[in-house]
Design a protein around this ligand. Structure first.
Ligand code: M6R
Length: 364
């Protein structure tokens, strides 16, 4: 049942090209985004003035990526909340808005409660769900199913990757119907999106190097992930993957925040992973890498092919194929998933069923 892999997590990491391809295939038809299966109409998308994305854990991190992508591509303001906060903060929900609930299982208690709150306030709900017929899917106005297939490992990987595709699709179509994207740009973006499965496979080809590096850090006490913009959102997910299965304390920081406190935690040998896929922010994060290096940090840099100047600063560099700036998460997350996985394996832990955690959190 694990298809020859040692753990479900590793199997599911390798299923990502197919999961991503299947999700794209379900909603991209003849060079256009077709969301008719979800019930969402172009009229509805055209009327949207604000989007609230609500989710828990990794799905929340997808929402963070969604915010960056939708705001910069479609120009629609997006708020992102963890569901357990949203439901108790008496949120102000604007007119012509939509709540987007992201959930692999479709059964997460706080996300379901957030959905019900939105409905009580008469705000339409789009859910992005992997499990067909789950509670969240049933109660939403519109459901965009992800096609990851069953995910067994507690640490989500392939569902996360398909949720990212859902964000790109929502963003591209909203931008198009709101007149922010020309048809030719839509075609270019979709053509690039269709290259992601192959590019993910290329990243997976690098796994032995990552395994080698990860096994050196099995005894680390703290690991820090830093980045800016989308790279910060990727850092958050990389850090969660690391801590949930390796039990190593890890934190993600917006790189510019380091000098407001966190940098005092950096000691000789502390591993700091800099995520630097965004061209316009590369130099900024690099300067933060230099700062932590001078405090003794050991640096791993994660960037795209071509940015070889990272090697002047980073002690270990990982490259992912080049892609459209909005889509870099789909590639950069893979080495971080592998890092968490191989650290957990090196420590001999129960990768698929980490202590204290459940696959689906049905109590608040
Ligand atoms: O089923 P959901 O997507 O609603 O689950 C949300 C979180 O519980 C989930 O993403 C959790 O953070 C994962 N264990 C992360 O790998």
């Amino acid at each position: 049942e694990k298809g020859g892999y040692e753990h479900f997590m590793l199997k599911e990491i390798h299923e990502q090209p197919k999961a991503v391809q299947d999700t794209i295939g379900a909603y991209v038809k003849d060079g256009h985004v077709d969301l008719s299966e979800t019930g969402l109409t172009d009229e509805k998308l055209a009327s949207l003035k604000r989007i609230y994305i609500v989710a828990c854990g990794s799905a929340y991190h997808v929402g963070m990526v969604g915010k960056y992508v939708i705001e910069s591509m479609a120009g629609i303001p997006v708020e992102v909340d963890v569901a357990s906060e949203f439901r108790y903060r008496n949120p102000i929900l604007a007119e012509d808005s939509m709540v987007v609930i992201i959930s692999q299982s479709g059964e997460t208690a706080d996300s379901l409660a957030a959905l019900r709150l939105a409905k009580e306030r008469n705000v339409p709900v789009l859910s992005v769900v992997n499990v067909v017929g789950s509670s969240i899917a049933r109660e939403s106005d519109y459901t965009l199913y992800t096609y990851a297939g069953p995910e067994i490992s507690v640490a989500t990987t392939k569902a996360y990757s398909t949720q990212l595709i859902a964000m790109y699709l929502l963003s591209i179509q909203s931008a198009f119907v709101q007149g922010k994207l020309e048809e030719s740009c839509v075609s270019e973006l979709l053509a690039e999106m269709e290259t992601l499965p192959d590019k993910i496979s290329k990243v997976l080809d690098d796994k032995e190097r990552i395994q080698w590096f990860a096994s050196k850090y099995a005894n680390a006490h703290d690991i820090f992930f830093i980045g800016r913009g989308i790279d910060y959102a990727i850092s958050m997910e990389g850090s969660l993957k690391m801590k949930e299965i390796s039990y190593i304390h890890s934190e993600a920081y917006a790189a510019g925040e380091l000098k407001h406190g966190t940098i005092s935690l950096v000691e000789d040998g502390t591993l700091v992973i800099g995520v630097m896929t965004q061209k316009d922010l590369f130099e900024k994060t690099l300067s933060n890498m230099v700062e932590v290096k001078s405090r003794g940090a050991y640096l791993m840099g994660l960037t795209s092919y071509g940015n070889y100047s990272i090697e002047d600063t980073a002690d270990f560099s990982v490259y992912v194929p080049k892609t459209e700036k909005y889509f870099t998460t789909s590639l950069a997350i893979v080495p971080l998933q592998l890092m968490g996985y191989y650290v957990s394996v090196a420590k001999g832990l129960d990768v698929d069923k980490p202590r204290n955690l459940a696959k689906s959190v049905t109590v608040e």
